[in-house]
Every structure is written in structure tokens, then in C-alpha cells.
Design a protein around this ligand. Structure first.
Ligand SMILES: NC(=O)c1ccc[n+]([C@@H]2O[C@H](COP(=O)([O-])OP(=O)(O)OC[C@H]3O[C@@H](n4cnc5c(N)ncnc54)[C@H](O)[C@@H]3O)[C@@H](O)[C@H]2O)c1
Length: 252
């Protein structure tokens, strides 16, 4: 199958890092499913891809909802065909210290990142296995190493690492790789939310953060998209179960 017939799903692709990944995979020749909570929110990403000569369609569904995921997958199959690349990027943070965090704060965050990834992988696997080729990339975070006031988010992201490493072992024999890209500070709507939570301006937050980043800048969605493109590429078939920190600093 030629690359331009291959279908790649990118979740959380209406904006931020996911939009960057969707645009990059379209540039690489994939037909991209721009997936987010609301179909309408995906319009800007889809239009930008099409304007630049790529192929994309929008899909609106909550990745943590089994029924919505199933119905979205049916639409994808009937409209454009079977996916062989899956990028689990959808996510959000609800940062609170342990005294304030309640069970809903825990479940909501865990569900988007882990339940969502599980549901999407379950749906895509039969097609990847049939093709004998597949690429799964999860977007985690340096927060997987631990961070105050975000135990739910850190647990979800660290959980992704175990999930992906297990998939790498299980799915290697089927020609399917599974890897993680773990970003550091990337300027998106999520960064605005962090600055607000800290009670400082975005500029102040970024200036403080850059002091601790050896390459002396914050990251961009394109930085992350570049790493995803690498894992997804045809020649990366011998790279699986890896966690690549894209953070402008050494992390281990
Ligand atoms: N921005 C950063 O500094 C940073 C750092 C490390 C990791 N990340 C991770 O990168 C990913 C993208 O983050 P971003 O910074 O672009 O954030 P963002 O808020 O700009 O984009 C996240 C997108 O995911 C979508 N989304 C959220 N819940 C969803 C659900 N249940 N179903 C479908 N879509 C859903 C949102 O609508 C939004 O469009 C997230 O997984 C985040 O945890 C971000």
C-alpha cells in the first residue's frame, strides 16, 4: 500500500501538539483523521492540511467513551478506510494537591489518557494485524517522572509507558511498533492553564521555565511532530518500546 493510501489517526488534534502532529503526518503523505471532542473544532487543522495539498477528515468523539469510539471508527472505515497509524495524543490535566484531588479528578484524567489509549488501540489493532504493519505512538510527558500537584496526570502518563512497552513486546511479531514521545514544556493552551494555576502570567511562567532548559527555549508542537514522524516512518521498524523525551534537556 502506498503511503498516501495509509490512514493515520491523531487524537486531540484540533489544536496544540495534536494539530502539529496531524499536519506533519499529512505532509509525510498519510491521510489523517483529525480527531477531537467536537468535529467542528477540528476544522482549522483539516483546512490547513488540505490547503497545503494533504488529505484529512475531522472526527468528533470522546476517546474515553467506548460507544463514541466505536461509532467514530465505523465512520472512519466507511469514509476513508482502515487505519494503520495511531497517535494517542488527546489529553488534559486537572492539577490539584492530594488533599484537594477527588475520585472524579483522578478518574477523568486517568480515563482520557489510559482508557482512551486502550479503546483506540483495541479498535485499530485488527486492521494493523491484517496489514502486517502498524505504528502506535503515545504522547506522554516528562511529568511521568513525578511532579507535585498532578499525581493523577503523572500516574496516567507513567501508565502509558508500561502500556506501550507491553504492546511493543506483544505486537512486534505482527509488524507493529509501539513507542512513546514524552514532551517537556511545549507552548499550547495547556501551558496557559499551568500559568493560571500558578497565579503568574504566561510570560513569567515561560521565563522561569526556560532558565531550567539547557537548550534555552521552550518546545513547539513541531518539535513533537518531528519525533512522531520519526517513529511512524517506514524505516523505524526496528525501534519499538522506546520512550523518547523531547524536552530540551536530558531526562532518564
Ligand atoms: N503542552 C505541554 O507542555 C505538554 C507537555 C507534555 C505532554 N503534553 C501532552 O500532549 C498532549 C497534547 O497537549 P496540548 O498541550 O496540545 O494540549 P491542548 O489542550 O492544546 O490539546 C489537547 C487536545 O485534546 C483534546 N481532548 C481532550 N480530551 C479529549 C477526549 N476525551 N477525547 C478527544 N479529545 C480530547 C482537547 O479538546 C484538545 O484539543 C496531551 O496528552 C498532553 O498531556 C503536553
Amino acid at each position: 500500500m502506498s503511503m498516501d493510501k495509509r490512514v493515520a489517526i491523531v487524537t486531540g488534534a484540533a489544536q496544540g501538539i495534536g494539530a502539529g502532529i496531524a499536519k506533519r503526518l499529512a505532509f509525510d503523505g498519510f491521510l489523517v483523521i483529525v480527531w477531537d471532542l467536537m468535529e467542528k473544532a477540528c476544522n482549522d487543522t483539516v483546512e490547513s492540511i488540505i490547503k497545503n495539498g494533504g488529505n484529512a477528515i475531522a472526527i468528533g468523539a470522546n476517546v474515553a467513551d467506548e460507544n463514541e469510539v466505536k461509532s467514530a471508527m465505523e465512520q472512519i472505515i466507511s469514509k476513508v478506510g482502515e487505519p494503520c497509524v495511531l497517535v494517542n495524543n488527546a489529553g488534559f490535566a486537572r492539577d490539584l494537591n492530594m488533599d484537594l484531588m477527588d475520585i472524579k479528578d483522578w478518574d477523568d484524567v486517568i480515563n482520557v489518557h489510559l482508557r482512551g489509549s486502550f479503546l483506540l488501540v483495541k479498535e485499530c489493532l485488527p486492521f494493523m494485524k491484517k496489514l502486517g504493519w502498524g505504528r502506535i505512538v503515545n504522547i506522554s510527558s516528562i511529568s511521568a517522572m513525578g511532579h507535585a500537584d498532578r499525581a493523577n496526570y503523572c500516574a496516567a502518563k507513567a501508565g502509558m509507558h508500561g502500556f506501550i512497552k507491553s504492546l511493543a513486546v506483544e505486537l512486534g511479531p505482527f509488524g507493529i511498533t509501539a513507542n512513546v514521545v514524552a514532551p517537556g514544556l511545549i507552548v499550547t493552551a495547556m501551558t496557559d492553564a499551568t500559568a493560571k494555576r500558578k497565579g503568574i502570567s504566561l510570560e513569567e511562567h515561560l521565563a522561569q521555565a526556560v532558565k531550567n532548559i539547557p537548550v534555552s527555549r521552550t518546545g513547539t508542537p513541531e518539535d513533537i511532530a518531528h519525533s512522531v514522524s520519526f517513529f511512524v516512518s517506514e524505516n523505524s521498524g526496528f525501534i519499538t518500546g522506546q520512550v523518547l523525551y523531547v524536552a530540551g534537556m536530558p531526562v532518564n
